[in-house]
Design a protein around this ligand. Structure first.
Ligand code: NAD
Length: 451
């Protein structure tokens, strides 16, 4: 089937109304769950082939989260879909008003390579729950996972409901976006996100952008340093730093920076042994291009621990870097690898000023026992979402909206928010005909006095 054929087939299928009933949506979500289950081992093998993700990490971040999302959606969908009656102004008596939850129609979901399965299937759950059709475009940079996504989707759905289109993004997506989509959900980099918005503009298609940025991690002088060190290193080394919400750099209060770094060094040894290259739990860079980029950051500061690389294996050791400049690329670009600059600061105000050099981060993490410090960062910094005394795990709470702000993106998803993102809330006011209040009709004469 050509892209045009798939598009036309989905248009007619959506227009038939088949995707609208609650029972249909639930059946499709269950089919998806079953197909993922059937292919679980292949998915884990593909993620290992693409990035050497350890099965435990891959299951937690790419499969388990999806089961949870599907189960939560199945449990609440009936409630979410219900039309909601709201009050109406007396002026329009006798009227009633209702918000209807309408599917948007045809959706285009575009995924990145770093969590290539989860970040494409997660929005799909929302798209189906809201009664839409979907075309999926996985990242070509994780080819083994791309192949398994094709299989899972073909196993679960008819192409007129959900189809997969593959190929190089810069070739395939402009072709796809010649057509009008009723919603586009993009997860990826800021530069490509801007291109997606441009391509959506002629059609006025609504767009969700899940982008990246430099997510800061602040450790103040009242933090539990040992726990902070473990949670920061865990968050930084998960998928070897190739995580959109990874702590990008650490701002450590000058009184505790040295001790924090010692604890972080111990945490690296505790998690991955003396030589992380030999650990089965430590992933690799996705490709040589990304390896070269991340390895180049190692020259832009002083290596406190780590720094070893092996290009043929796309291996970069977990590395802590000091003496970095905000003018160097390592502090201007999203690192997206296991290199962690640590920068000392003196006051909260100074730390907030440092964060402002890379505004609108996707995530922010504060380690402190002071509520006042915690609130200062929450209130004074615009960021997508984050954690206090932890890293990454806000992503895994289905009750929290997930998404960026400013340069880190627009729109939000997970749980109820996913359903809302793919739903049009249609407001309808209905007026009875047994009474026709004449106030609104001309001639107006001196009716103003009655208002
Ligand atoms: P990317 O922007 O290079 O690619 C994302 C998708 O866009 C891929 O499917 C690719 O094929 C396609 N694409 C690439 N070039 C294109 C073009 N010129 N025109 C149209 N489409 C194109 O991103 P990536 O390298 O796969 O992912 C890494 C980035 O994604 C990082 O910046 C990271 O922070 C971000 N990210 C964000 C989230 C989030 O939830 N906010 C999650 C994961 C990754």
């Amino acid at each position: 089937m050509t892209i045009h054929d798939i598009y036309q087939a989905q248009r007619s299928y959506f227009a038939s109304g088949a995707t609208r009933p609650l029972s249909f949506r639930k059946t499709q979500l269950k089919e998806l769950r079953k197909a993922i289950k059937r292919h679980e081992n292949e998915i884990l093998a593909a993620l290992h082939a693409d990035m050497r993700k350890a099965p435990v990490e891959a299951y937690g971040s790419e499969i388990g989260l999806l089961y949870e999302e599907i189960d939560h959606t199945l449990a609440h969908l009936r409630q979410w879909m219900k039309p909601v009656p709201v009050s109406s102004p007396l002026m329009h008596y006798p009227s009633g008003s209702v918000i209807y939850r309408e599917p948007k129609g045809l959706t285009l979901l575009i995924g990145p390579w770093n969590y290539p399965f989860q970040l494409l299937i997660n929005p799909l759950i929302g798209a189906i729950a809201a009664g839409n059709c979907a075309i999926l475009k996985p990242s070509e940079l994780a080819p083994a996972t791309e192949a398994v996504i094709r299989k899972v989707i073909a196993d679960a759905f008819k192409p007129e409901l959900v189809a997969v289109v593959t190929g190089e993004g810069h070739v395939v997506i402009p072709g796809l976006m010649q057509h009008r989509f009723d919603h586009i959900f993009f997860t990826g980099s800021i530069p490509v996100g801007k291109k997606i918005l441009e391509m959506a503009a002629p059609h006025l298609s609504p767009v969700t952008l899940e982008l990246g940025g430099k997510s800061p991690c602040i450790v103040d002088e009242r933090a539990d340093l040992k726990t902070a060190a473990k949670r920061i290193i865990w968050g930084k080394c998960w998928n070897a730093g190739q995580t959109c919400i990874a702590p990008d750099y650490v701002l450590a209060h000058e009184k505790v920076a040295d001790r924090l770094m010692e604890h972080m060094k111990s945490a690296i040894h505790q998690f991955f042994g003396e030589n992380p290259a030999n650990s089965p739990d430590y992933p690799r860079m996705i490709n040589e291009k990304r390896f070269d980029q991340v390895a180049s950051y190692l020259q832009q500061g002083k290596v406190f621990t780590g720094g070893q690389t092996e290009r043929s294996d796309k291996y970069i050791a977990p590395t802590i870097l000091t003496d970095v400049s905000f003018e160097s690329p390592v502090m201007k670009e999203e690192i997206f690898g296991p290199v962690l600059p640590v920068i000392p600061y003196k006051t909260t105000a100074e730390a907030i000023g440092m964060i402002a050099q890379n505004p609108y981060p996707l995530a922010l993490y504060v380690f402190s026992s002071s509520r006042r410090t915690e609130q200062a960062f929450i209130e004074k910094v615009a960021f997508g979402g984050g954690c206090i005394n932890n890293t990454l795990v806000h992503f895994a709470n289905i009750e929290l909206p997930f998404g960026g702000v400013g340069y880190s993106g627009m729109g939000r998803y997970h749980g109820r928010n996913s359903f809302n993102e793919f739903t049009h809330e249609k407001g309808v006011l209905k007026t009875a005909t047994w009474l026709d209040v004449p106030m609104k009709y001309p001639p107006f004469n001196n009716k103003l006095k009655l208002l």
